[in-house]
Design a protein around this ligand. Structure first.
Ligand SMILES: Nc1nc2c(ncn2[C@@H]2O[C@H](COP(=O)(O)OP(=O)(O)OP(=O)(O)O)[C@@H](O)[C@H]2O)c(=O)[nH]1
Ligand SMILES: [Mg+2]
Length: 753
């Protein structure tokens, strides 16, 4: 199997990292923190020197863009220096300029630059409450002018008596940095806000620029905590009658900030105001958020759709729009409207806030991500329940998961980019050197969060079991708890024996349930004779017609190359076809009971992902739900990879697409050993089962391999598959595989023969 993590970064640490391996790996695989992304494990190279390999070169380069990374551990920060190779002293893309940033940016405004304030303290530090003596002389700021943000590396040490913890040093230091907008000679705002500052603004812009994030999504997370301690770019405090102290939160803020709040509020507030308006106060001392929106609301009037609710909706919309205008990347808001002063019912508050955020996302023009954190009081279980259930309901309605399947070279990866109108997926320019591993990307299309999973040619007989199997498992985890649509991709115009084989395989592997969620998509539409519609092309081929018929007649044609900008006619236009395709998917979803396709195997996968989500959430604190899910999927993938090491590709595909026997067997394989033992007893029955026998020969080996893997390795499955190789009939293969594995299994278990 090809090594998918091939872009190394070398780390030099002042202390051993073995015991904090997981935290370091987490840091480097979260783009918001390090600029990085999907990466392999931390590997020790020599004493205090480590290596971590990234999947994508752009993530490696982003990490190298900062020569020093501050990784937060339980006992403070560790500063890790990164390099592109063991020979290079520091990262190649950082350089020191002192003292004027302006000179550099004139030379090369697009290049990231590292500024060292070694000798000369900038004016904003003098204005800040740290004296020169309190700061050690080494601190540096990396400007990313092209991305409109900055990140920093600080090794500030305090010499005063009240020596705060190191994590806090960084926080306060960032505050100082924030004050001076003139830092960036191009007029770009230097990003703000503690933890967020460490990367949110720069990294999410980078993510969008690099095409790795999800471009323009609004991430909603619900937490139980105190809102005044949130380290977000901005926070929201409700008020009644333009009087900020009228709510509990307003009073808390006044207690923290003191009299400065009244002064700054009065200065920021205009003479005229309307309900739904906000007063934006920035730079308040002792608050982790740099900006506070004081939002004018009116008490609930007893009407779920009355004036008070409309004003709340308007206010939320205005605040989110202002966040985008001002370049804020994260905002925290309480359960606006709940509480004595405004008296909205909590279920209504939850619905209005969440609906409004999703509505805003639909209309939003910005291509950078915005994180909205809804902060509920820790003891308020009722609020938590209300928000969680509305969020589940809306997310169910508001998402699509699409899996692309088809022969190598049929145009899946290019089509994935056509769907998003963006080059998010890795493409190749020859029909032979294609995608080797699944890639999943998410982006908002017409207000619906849409995930597309691009796959390598699963039905390609030239690819080895060992190459294809992990990718089927990856696909299962990426589309969990199940896809809304399988798009089966063919080339228009050319229908060879190989295309025929793909149709045969689909008919063999797909259950009726899966076919109800399948759509046929043709690429290379330019090959269609003039005036011909795709239905006429299909009608020429009996097997193809049958397949399309099984898929409820759902078929569309695209040309990823020629039908983008100036399409020859309405029909021969990707935009026209895409609108029709999405409408069809949405209709298919509405008509299906569950909305999306699922089966016991996919549910098993989802269960495992959720277990990991819980443990990562408990362990890694400040991650967004999207980041947590990404990490949980990676963990679940590793687990299933081990458990299904010996399962044949055919068995896995059958299980994915819902063939009952395969589903049962794979579920047993991942659930328990006794299940695998019982299955062994059923070998003759399975072997006699007829049409599924050919696939079963692999499954039996695989199921037992799952068991064997649990007790000590995947040898059982491999032994089974080896033994099955010489068989003359599928039934014989099944028996031979099972026997071989039984032997291996007994050996592993210590059972006498
Ligand atoms: N003219 C034309 N060429 C296309 C179209 N779609 C893809 N191609 C070309 O077809 C080749 C294969 O496209 P890919 O998108 O890599 O195919 P794939 O299905 O992802 O292939 P694998 O990754 O190997 O499974 C590339 O050379 C593309 O440039 C299309 O609609 N029209
Ligand atoms: Mg591809």
């Amino acid at each position: 199997m090809e090594d998918t993590y091939q872009h190394p970064v070398f780390l030099e640490s002042p202390r051993p990292l073995e015991e904090v391996r997981r935290r370091v790996e987490l840091y480097f695989c979260v783009r918001r923190r390090s600029g990085g992304g999907e990466c392999g494990p931390l590997i020790a190279v020599r004493e205090n020197i480590y290596r971590i390999d990234f999947k994508h070169q752009q993530d490696q380069q982003k990490v190298l863009g900062k020569s020093l990374h501050a990784v937060e551990l339980e006992d403070g920060f560790v500063e890790i220096r990164v390099r592109s190779s063991l020979d290079s002293p520091t990262s190649s893309s950082s350089r020191s300029i002192s003292p004027s940033p302006a000179e550099n940016s004139e030379d090369d405004p697009d290049e990231d630059a590292e500024l060292h304030f070694d000798d000369q303290q900038p004016p904003f530090l003098e204005e800040n409450h740290f004296s020169e003596q309190e700061l050690a002389p080494t601190c540096s700021v990396v400007l990313h002018p092209a991305e409109g943000g900055a990140s920093y590396v600080a090794s500030a040490d305090y010499s005063g008596d009240e020596k705060p913890e190191r994590g806090r040093d960084s926080v306060e230091f960032c505050d100082g940095l924030r004050i001076d907008d003139s830092m960036d000679p191009e007029g770009n705002m230097v990003s703000t806000g503690q933890e967020e500052f460490r990367g949110a603004a720069a990294a999410s812009a980078a993510a969008a620029a690099a095409g790795g994030g999800g471009g323009g999504r609004v991430h909603v997370e619900i937490v139980q905590d105190t809102i005044e301690t949130q380290e977000t770019n901005a926070m929201v405090s409700p008020m009644v009658g333009h009087y900020y102290r009228s709510t509990r939160l307003g009073s808390i803020l006044e207690n923290i900030v003191g009299s400065r709040l009244t002064e700054d509020f009065d200065e920021a507030a205009g003479d005229e105001w309307m309900p739904g308006d906000f007063v934006l106060v920035e730079g308040l001392p002792r608050l982790p958020s740099n900006a506070v929106f004081f939002l004018d609301l009116i008490p609930w009037d007893g009407d779920d759709d009355g004036t008070a609710v409309q004003i709340l909706r308007l206010g939320i919309n205005n605040i989110l729009a202002c966040c985008d205008d001002r370049g804020f990347r994260s905002v925290a808001l309480p359960a606006l409207g709940e509480g004595m002063a405004l008296s909205f019912p909590i279920s209504l508050v939850a619905r209005v806030i969440l609906e409004q955020i999703y509505e805003y996302e639909r209309e939003r023009a910005s291509s950078t991500d915005l994180s909205v954190r809804i902060v509920l009081l820790p003891e308020n279980e009722e609020a938590k329940e209300a928000f969680t259930s509305v969020q589940e309901e809306l997310q169910h309605k508001e998402s699509r998961r699409i899996v692309l399947l088809g022969k190598t070279g049929s145009g899946k990866s290019h089509f994935a980019n056509t769907i998003f109108g963006d080059d998010l997926f890795t493409t190749h320019h020859s029909a032979n050197s294609g995608t080797v591993s699944c890639q999943a990307e998410t982006k908002c299309i017409n207000g619906v969060s849409t995930t597309v999973v691009d796959t390598p040619g699963f039905f390609d007989t030239r690819r080895s079991e060992e190459d294809v199997k992990p990718e089927i498992i990856r696909c299962l985890t990426e589309c969990s708890p199940g896809p809304h649509a399988f798009l089966i991709v063919f080339k228009a115009g050319k229908f060879t024996k190989q295309e025929q084989e793909v149709i045969d395989k689909i008919c063999q592997f797909f259950s009726n349930d899966a076919l109800e969620h399948a759509v046929i998509v043709f690429t290379h539409g330019d090959q269609l004779p003039p005036q011909m519609k795709i239905e006429e092309f299909i009608a020429d081929n009996e097997n193809l017609s049958d397949l399309v018929h099984k898929c409820g007649g759902r078929c569309f044609v695209f040309d990823n190359k020629y039908w983008n900008n100036a399409p020859p006619d309405e029909y021969r236009s990707n935009q026209f076809q895409l609108e029709a395709l999405l409408t069809t998917i949405d209709r298919m979803v509405a008509e299906n009971k569950e909305g999306y396709y699922t089966n016991e195997v996919l549910q098993e996968v989802e269960k495992k992902i959720q277990i990991y989500e819980e443990s990562i959430k408990a362990e890694a604190g400040n991650l967004t739900p999207v980041e947590i899910r990404k990490l949980a999927k990676a963990e679940a993938f590793n687990d299933f990879l081990t458990q299904l090491a010996g399962t044949a590709t055919g068995a896995l595909l059958g299980a994915f697409f819902g063939l009952a026997t395969m589903v049962a067997m794979v579920v047993n394989a991942v659930r328990n050993l006794p299940g695998a033992r019982n299955l062994l007893k059923q070998v003759p029955t399975v072997a006699a089962a007829g049409s599924e026998v050919a696939l079963a020969s692999g499954i039996i080996a695989g199921v037992v391999a799952g068991a064997a893997a649990i007790t000590g390795g995947a040898v059982g499955g491999i032994a089974g598959l080896e033994a099955a190789k010489g068989a003359k009939t599928p039934a014989e293969a099944a028996e031979r595989a099972a026997k071989a594995v039984v032997e291996k299994f007994k050996m592993l278990e210590g059972i006498p023969k």
